[in-house]
Design a protein. Structure first.
Length: 287
């Protein structure tokens, strides 16, 4: 968002802030039912307990004394949401840098809610009081142009949860120079992720002429035993390109529920979050 529209108050993650792993651990819903001493959670309890908070007290953060986040109680108790307390990653004990001994995994949701080095889980009527739940990861309105202007909105705007559908072009990269084969067709590769729990991605369309024409990419969902609604898909295709400077490649994904990328560039927001414009590669030089 900073690169393509204007400056934001946030960190540049580019296209690499995504993780696709095999996680193993108990379902959080099972743990909560066990602690409650009941196999079922009543409707009254569901209405009273609105949030499940995660907290890690191991070290201070930039903006708080600890790190935390929360997700809706209903989502946690829904077995289709697959929220687990992970103790293994890719069939190995959870590595220290990924949250040993236990971390929350909330698939389809921004990674800030999958709290590492988990110390405490709290079922509450309130969302986490942590800074990163209350004053970060929110899509602020256009008139929140700076920190001061944003202040009134933090308490009004809901915290982000599910991430939007998105496609990334990994090859070629932006601002690079590529040689065009005699066929005039350029190899393009990338990955795509669905919106929240609406996966898998079922279609990726790619354009080498700024959206005048689109072609369908070939999708690779990976091994059948690992592919599901949460996982990314790899895709590849050959796109007709013209030689020159300042070329662009567009790529847009559509998931099983029909969510698709609608805009060339997302609408700006101060934190630069939830960007899913389909302008995927820019300033490409084709020789």
């Amino acid at each position: 968002m900073r690169t393509r529209i204007k400056d934001v108050s946030g960190i540049d993650w580019y296209d690499g802030a995504v993780m696709n792993c095999v996680w193993e651990g108990p379902r959080l819903s099972d743990v909560l039912r066990e602690l409650a001493g009941s196999d079922e959670v009543s409707q009254t309890e569901r209405q009273q307990q609105k949030h499940v908070q995660f907290a890690s007290y191991g070290t201070e953060t930039q903006e708080d004394k600890w790190y935390g986040g929360s997700v809706p109680f209903e989502r946690v108790m829904d077995p289709d949401m697959d929220i687990v307390l992970a103790v293994k990653m890719n069939n190995e004990p959870l590595p220290p840098r990924h949250g040993f001994p236990v971390r929350a995994i909330v698939p389809g949701v921004l990674g800030a809610r999958s709290v590492k080095w988990l110390d405490r889980i709290t079922v509450s009527e309130e969302e986490s009081p942590n800074f990163y739940q209350k004053h970060d990861y929110k899509i602020l309105p256009l008139d929140a142009v700076d920190k001061k202007a944003a202040e009134p909105y933090w308490s009004q705007i809901p915290a982000m949860l599910e991430m939007p559908v998105n496609a990334c072009v990994a090859v070629p990269t932006y601002k690079s120079t590529v040689k065009l084969p005699d066929s005039g067709m350029l190899d393009v590769k990338g990955y795509a992720v669905p919106q929240g729990h609406f996966g898998p991605v079922v279609r990726v369309q790619v354009s080498g002429d700024e959206g005048k024409t689109w072609i369908d990419a070939k999708l690779d969902h990976g091994p059948p035993e690992l592919a599901n609604k949460w996982t990314w898909v790899f895709w590849n295709c050959q796109v007709k390109m013209e030689k020159g400077e300042g070329k662009k490649i567009f790529a847009k994904a559509t998931d099983k529920a029909g969510n698709t990328q609608e805009l060339e560039r997302s609408t700006w927001n101060l934190r630069g979050v939830a960007y899913n414009g389909y302008e995927a590669v820019f300033d490409l030089t084709v020789v």
